[in-house]
Ligand binder design. Sequence first.
Ligand code: ZN
Length: 534
Amino acid sequence: MTIAYVLPLIGSSRWGSHGQAVSERRRSRASVLIRASAVDDKRTHGDFSLYNTMTGKKEVFDRTVHEDGVVRFYSCGPTVYDSAHVGNFRAFLTYDVLKRWLRYRGFDVSHVMNLTDVDDKIIKRVLREGSTLEEITEKYSKLFFDDLSLLNVIPADKYPRATDHIEDIVDLIEGLKAKGAAYETSGSTYFKVDSFSDYGKLVKLEKRESGARRTEANDTDEYDKSDARDFALWKAYKDEDGEVKWNSALGVGRPGWHIECSCMAIKYLGPQIDIHGGGIDLVFPHHENEIAQSEAYSGKEFARFWVHNGFVNIGGEKMSKSLGNFRTLGDVVKKPDDARAFRYLVVSSQYRSTLNFTEDVLKAARNTIKRLDSLRKRLADVQKEERTVDMQASSEIESIVDTAKSAFVAAMNDDLNTPRAVAALFEMMSKVGKLLKAEKLDSAHAKMVDDCIVDFDRVLGVFYEVPTVGNVSDEDGTDGGDQVIPEALQELLLQRTEARKSKDFSLADQIRDQIAAEGYQIKDSPNGAVLIKI
Ligand SMILES: [Zn+2]
């Protein structure tokens, strides 16, 4: 069954609530009696330089746009029509590290990430599978959040969905029309690029050039536009959209993708934000269009910093859905420690460089995690012993820890140079390893070293208990090793679990036989039923 989406015509504007996520955050914090000061601790941490795509150079992030000291941070979220791939997770992990580093420095961060839950690709899938928009987007949103928790990503303050904000989007488009920055033709509404003189300032393209590139990326049916560079804010309903449509003041149709991000950022963070993040492939046209929409609407600079992460390559090519060379997190993470290894692999590479993903680099990351765990275990063992060291050894250890700390902070301050930051950690580990071997580390200093590792981990986030979600199991033999269980069988397994829950045992047995016919056996594990190849 499919559902038609019908909204009443827009009445009064509800755009008085700009920066909602920030004000909610303030309210919740106000109830805390002892409030941590939300200011950057420059005195102990030095200057933090961050590469700004807008200016093409590293700039000091020394203040927030608003006086409250809250960093307003927006990053583009996933389109929830399929499992996100390893390349997508690089973006989510990059912005997790950035957020952690800002917090480490004492900033309060308000982070919003949208979920695109209406778009051409989703509609195609809805029609192909004969399901509803909700069924598809709910399934993949859940998978997305499971994957984020597997990777120890600090959740954003808000994950607004496009379909929950149609009225806000329509209001914003109406606002742009009123300012002469948008026009309607044949039921669609377009942004009038010519009305925004700064268009192209992020990607630094000449008008002619951006027009040419935009035309390439265009939908072929957008022939009614008055300028090839103009882009859709509201797309008129077409038969191919099936039941996915809204009846609004702009006519029957659905919102475009670019307007969604401007809307969510303005609604939840306000018209002026500190940092906007996304993959490097989003610079043009997506982010350029976000700037045009947001700044034409508010008349103010939208984002102070534009931060972009590099691609993930596989076999020398960019990993992407369209090339079909992608790996989902489920393909890579089979055991809990794989999740930590994957996180380590991504966060220890410099976010702007290309990450070459191979089985070997993942294996190396697994070994690194093992080494780190074993060192921490040895440190924990020493802490239980009653051992003291002489003054000379004591000052040597203190100096090792101090050196590591300042090297770590200096590296992170240099545009999140995580390769150098983890090098500082390993240098400390290697020196401490020697001291451990020579029994020159006492319990107090073992604690000091471990506290330092924990402190670095506030940024790296690699020491955590991996939650049991999805197909990840820590039981040898029950996770199917490296075998990939076909998605259709996973679906059947879910149906069988549902059937058993509703006590329809004959259906459950039928499904079990169907799965067995495909060569798999169902085995119960503490994390629920799993499939084992017979
Ligand atoms: Zn976006």
